[in-house]
Write a protein that binds this ligand. Structure first.
Ligand code: UDP
Ligand code: MG
Length: 309
């Protein structure tokens, strides 16, 4: 089976000196098992511990290992992006360094890719060794995100996935700063196939995703994929205006029959003004949403296949 085709494994690393000596041999063995040529791209996202020392040693004895080292911490999503920019493979696999995503699944991902999938994404059937709070917030968040996004982002997936060269080339064209890779992948479409797996416990070290980083990612996910929050005041403003007009009518009827306290007119007037303000906020939001879409400068469309052109 061994052909000239190449698999690029992209591994973002941030303070992972403990885990790398265990992770690298498992990643290498799994790539060998695919029968294809391969490269492993480690992206050091500004670690200041012994991570670079370990990576230097690995790179010195294995020419298939490439290392990029950031000048500072730019974050996981940008580390993966740098790896994608550097990758030369026909298929790219993105995997965490901490072995929570088992590298042994790579050959299965590659098989599904050979069978025609453009994207094979790892779907977490179960998460081991993670706190109840993390599992709960993740479950709620993914459901909220799906309900807001115009493009369905598969539930319970992370960035552990294989993408074909065709998909990687589109990623290269999407240069937006706030990146939420799994959402961008959903936006692109393509033939996506899930591969279920049990998310393992971290092999060593502690999570590098602090609460602050997680919140930023969560916010990037929502703001990057939905302009719905911006236009929310449109509906609310409309409803408030409608209610205040009904209020006016009710007060008028009362005034003509049983009588109405004068402040009731004032109440309806305030509600009407608030409704108008909300409505205009929503209109501004609609324009902002359009500016935002334009600013991202995404490709207008993606051609997956061409015949006789
Ligand atoms: N990571 C990174 N930059 C960061 C934070 C994390 O490159 O700022 C890497 C980290 O080394 C690991 C992957 O991203 O390979 C996922 O991080 P982690 O395992 O800490 O997150 P968790 O699995 O706990 O969500
Ligand atoms: Mg992890």
């Amino acid at each position: 089976m061994a052909e000239e085709k190449r698999i690029s494994l992209i591994v973002p690393v941030y303070y992972e000196e403990e885990v790398l000596p265990i992770a690298y041999p498992r990643m290498k063995a799994s790539l060998e098992a695919t029968g294809y040529d391969y490269e492993i791209i480690f992206v050091n996202d500004g670690s200041r511990d012994g991570t670079m020392g370990v990576l230097r040693k690995i790179a010195a004895q294995d020419k298939r290992v490439k290392v990029l080292s950031f000048s500072r911490n730019f974050g996981h999503q940008l580390a993966v992006t740098a790896g994608m920019d550097e990758a030369t493979g026909d298929a790219l696999v993105i995997i965490d360094a901490d072995l929570q995503d088992p590298p042994e699944l790579i050959p299965d991902m590659v098989k599904l890719w050979e069978q025609g999938a453009d994207i094979v994404y790892g779907k977490r059937k179960k998460r081991e060794g993670e706190t109840f709070l993390k599992k709960f917030t993740a479950a709620c968040y993914y459901r909220l995100l799906t309900s807001m996004s115009a493009y369905p982002i598969p539930l319970d997936t992370g960035d552990f996935r294989l993408i074909g060269r065709n998909v990687a080339d589109v990623f290269l064209k999407m240069r937006e700063h706030a990146r939420f890779l799994r959402g961008m992948s959903a936006w692109m479409g393509f033939e996506s196939v899930p591969l279920e797996y049990i998310r393992q416990e971290r092999a060593a070290g502690k999570t590098k995703y602090t609460l602050k980083k997680m919140l930023k990612l969560a916010l990037d996910g929502i703001t990057g994929f939905s302009t719905k929050p911006l236009t929310l005041p449109l509906g609310i403003g409309g409803a408030v205006i409608g209610l205040s007009l009904l209020g006016f009518l009710a007060v008028l009827i009362c005034a003509c029959t049983v009588g109405a306290a004068p402040w009731l007119w004032g109440l309806c007037g305030v509600a009407l003004l608030q409704g108008i303000v909300l409505l205009f906020l929503g209109i501004q939001g609609a324009y902002m949403g359009r500016i935002f879409e334009e600013a991202k400068q995404r490709p207008l469309y993606i051609v997956a296949e061409k015949l006789n052109t």
